[in-house]
Write a protein that binds this ligand. Structure first.
Ligand SMILES: C[S@@+](CC[C@H](N)C(=O)[O-])C[C@H]1O[C@@H](n2cnc3c(N)ncnc32)[C@H](O)[C@@H]1O
Length: 224
């Protein structure tokens, strides 16, 4: 802990005074507007370039796994808020239940190494057995009910390579924000205990659980 002679608090005040001056605020606003101007649907829920918890998720659960030799899947792509960090995979399968959302993603990100797959809500058509090194889903399982989550967990076994990393963001109803307001009905009835059990019942090995970064949801990383 800093002692009483520490300049910590006065330094913080000095930095804050600088940031609150017009020029730095204008620069920040320009940066924010420029990134919004990329037109990515979903940034209104939080931009992983700007919002600290999402930056943390990007830097801990996405970027370290991107590998030019690996194959990856994203489930529930939206406008590509997270897809944009996964373009460095050898192959990226963008899987979504809604063709409209795949079309929206294509407007922003349509790279030769991407394949757009419209599924039936829990399956992986056109993806080969045992081919996937990394599977990521954010902002999608938070809305899925138990039977759909169980079906996805079973169906993804077919496409995963042994040792693959699966990162799933899910609704956490132990958190007060998931119990109230617009998330009360919008987020599914899930908890870390329930999710952990579903993952174990589907014969996966849990590698990591993050119950603290998000304020209304949690993250689980597991392998097969
Ligand atoms: C709230 S958006 C999140 C998009 C993006 N991952 C993000 O965080 O910005 C949910 C996405 O999941 C898709 N979706 C909903 N149910 C799905 C399902 N059962 N399987 C695959 N995608 C689904 C929606 O079409 C939409 O693209």
């Amino acid at each position: 802990m800093p002692g009483l002679n520490s300049t910590l608090h006065l330094d913080m005040l000095k930095r804050s005074r600088w940031k609150r001056r017009l020029l730095p605020r204008l620069l920040l606003a320009i940066k924010r507007e420029l990134s919004a101007g990329e037109g990515i649907y979903g940034l209104e829920w939080g931009d992983p370039e700007v919002l600290e918890p999402l930056k943390f998720i990007r830097d801990r659960y996405v970027i370290p796994y991107v590998n030019a030799k690996h194959y990856a899947v994203e489930i529930g792509v939206g406008g590509g808020r997270w897809t944009r960090y996964m373009l460095g995979f050898n192959k990226l399968y963008a899987v979504d239940y809604h063709q409209e959302l795949l079309d929206e993603l294509k407007k922003n990100f349509n790279k030769p190494n991407m394949e757009f797959i419209k599924n039936n809500g829990t399956d992986f058509p056109k993806i080969q057995d045992c081919s996937i090194d990394y599977l990521f889903s954010f902002g999608t399982f938070v809305h899925l009910d138990t039977p759909l989550i169980k079906a996805y967990l079973n169906n993804m076994k077919r496409i995963l390579k042994s040792g693959a990393n699966v990162v799933i963001h899910y609704s956490d109803k132990t958190k007060i924000m998931a119990q109230t307001g617009y998330l009360k009905d919008g987020f599914s009835q899930n908890t870390p205990d329930k999710m952990r059990q579903m993952v174990l019942d589907a014969d996966y090995k849990i590698l990591e659980e993050d119950l603290t970064t998000m304020w209304h949801s949690s993250i689980i990383r597991f392998t097969i």
